[in-house]
Every structure is written in C-alpha cells, then in structure tokens.
Design a protein around this ligand. Structure first.
Ligand SMILES: [Zn+2]
Ligand SMILES: [Zn+2]
Length: 313
C-alpha cells in the first residue's frame, strides 16, 4: 500500500474518504427511502383492500336484510301467527345471516364483526330503517375499520317481494297463489250492517306502491282508480299500519303507515268503507260505513268523505 507511505498519497486517501462519505450516506438514504416507499405502497394496498371488502360486506348487509324481510313476512303469512315483537324478530334473523357471512369472510382472511343495532319504521312507510355497527380488520394486521351506519331498506322489490300479512292475521283467510281468498272470513270479521258486500272478495297480498303520487289524481280519470284498485296498490296513510305493526296484527300504529282498497262484491247504497285499516280494525268504532262509488260496470267501492277527498273521488 504505497499510497500511505508518502505524505502526498496519505492526503489523497483522506480526501478520497471524505468524498466517499457523503456518497455512501446518499446511497443509504436512497435505499431507506425506497424501502419506506415500498412499505407505504403495501400499507396503502392493505388499506384500500380493507375499505373495499368492508364496503362489499355492507352491500351484503342490505341484500341480507331485504331477503330477511321477505322471508319473515312470508312465514307470518303462511303460519297465520302474528309476531310479538316484529322489529326484534327481523333484527335477529338479519343478525344470524350476517354472522354466517362473517364466517365466509374469515376464511378469506378478514375479521368482520357486524352488530345489527335496530330495525325500525321510517317516515316513508315503503322503507324500513336499519342501523348497524361494523368493525373490520385483516388477519395479522392492526388496522381497523369501525363505523355505525343507517340505511333505508326499500320494501318494494320485484325479485324479493314483501307480503302484507294483516288480512290473514285478522280474518284467518287462506292465501292461494299470492292472493287472499277471503270467502266469508272478512264478512264475518266486519261488525257493521251490510258486511255481506265483502263475501268472496279476493285481493293480492304483495306490497306494491301506487304510482299515482298525487293521490287526488285517482279521481281524475276512471282509468287511474281502476288501475290502482286492480293492482291492489298501497298508499301512505296516517291511519293505516306500518309493516312492523302489520306483522304484529295491531289495530292502530303511531308510525307513518300504509292503506289499500279492498274491493266488495255486492252493490248497496251504503256499506263498510273499502279501506283495509277500516275493515280490519277490531277496536270500538274502528270500522265505519260510507257511500257507494260506481267505478264501472263491475267495480264499486264504498268510501267516507275523508277518503273521497284524499283520492279525489
Ligand atoms: Zn292508488
Ligand atoms: Zn307502526
């Protein structure tokens, strides 16, 4: 190593080393930064993945809930037995299904705990409000996603219909091919004169929303009211029952509710009013009569002044 032997060579070495130090530091910093960036990218990917999977799970909660409402309304209709606490029953059914879903996700590396907090009626009687808390993480990872959320379940779904069990629970009528075949059941349930006009009435039992949003327009044309009646559409009503109260076979309801027409089979001047919450009400004075309204050769209904005004008839 001659370089260290003469003074000039010694100085050259020192300078060389001094020049090399910042270079080495620069290399170290660059490597660290690359590592940091790589780690950061992995962290971001994990975070994005957790967000995406949690969102997917939340979409599943909504689908499971709509399916559960379909199933529970169908069961009540078939068993002809009202629920004691419909909100609790639906909540428990959704929770069971959601827990099953969590197991599937666990096998794929995601820990997702979801608690169904509440199912309740909403200001829109064609929707139920669902509140849940979701807590999710990847296995072997400290990152967590936690939130409480409210969603509104649409009760009008072509593929997953919601049934109205109230007529069957009140009158014990039979259901044949999604139709309530009253025979003499409704007539016998009604305690007013001329109850026989409802002998052999037949109605659908699937919840459908009336497309005539301005209710008074029902009376603008015979076509509108006949279309509404023949499709057994439902309308918003303060006096009608919400779905949760229908499942419990109540007579009245403090929530925003629903009402539909029940079409009689006989013509008289006056008879019990052809609205479901009137005919299916067993409280004192809950049922009342109205005047006939002839809609066409085969269809008439009986209405009181309040309902005549509401529907523009
Ligand atoms: Zn209507
Ligand atoms: Zn209610």
């Amino acid at each position: 190593m001659k370089i260290f032997n003469d003074k000039k060579g010694y100085l050259t070495s020192i300078m060389l080393i001094l020049l090399l130090i910042p270079l080495i530091l620069l290399v170290i910093i660059t490597i660290e930064e690359n590592n940091y960036n790589a780690n950061n990218t992995i962290e971001n990917i994990k975070s994005d993945k957790l967000d995406a999977v949690t969102k997917e799970f939340e979409d599943n909660i909504v689908l499971i809930s709509i399916q559960s409402v379909h199933n529970i309304t169908k069961d009540v209709l078939i068993n002809k037995t009202p629920l004691k606490n419909s909100s609790k029953s639906i909540k428990e059914l959704i929770q069971d299904q959601v827990n099953n879903k969590s197991e599937v996700y666990k096998s794929e590396g995601y820990i997702i705990d979801c608690e169904i907090l509440e199912i309740s009626s909403s200001d829109d009687p064609f929707k139920l409000k669902l509140t849940y808390n979701i807590n999710s993480k990847l296995i072997n990872d400290t990152r967590r996603y936690n939130k409480t959320n409210e969603v509104y379940l649409d009760l009008i779904n072509e593929y997953c219909p919601v049934y109205d069990p109230l007529p069957v629970l009140k009158t014990n009528a039979d259901v044949i091919n999604d139709k309530i075949v009253y025979e003499d059941n409704l007539m016998n349930f009604i305690t007013l004169n001329n109850n026989d006009v409802y002998n052999n009435s037949i109605e659908s039992c699937i919840l459908k929303k009336c497309p005539y949003e301005d209710y008074s327009s029902h009376g603008h044309s015979k076509e509108a009211i006949i279309n509404c009646i023949s499709n057994h559409y439902y309308h918003e009503s303060h006096d009608g029952l919400c779905l949760l109260c229908r499942l419990e076979a109540k007579d009245t309801c403090s929530h925003m509710g629903l009402e539909t027409f029940i079409v009689p089979t006989l013509i008289k001047d006056e008879a019990p009013v052809s609205i479901d919450h009137v005919l299916l009400n067993s409280t004192h004075n809950g049922q009342y009569s109205g005047n006939k309204i002839i809609l066409n050769n085969t269809t008439i209904i009986y209405l009181d002044n309040g309902h005549k005004t509401k529907y523009g008839l």
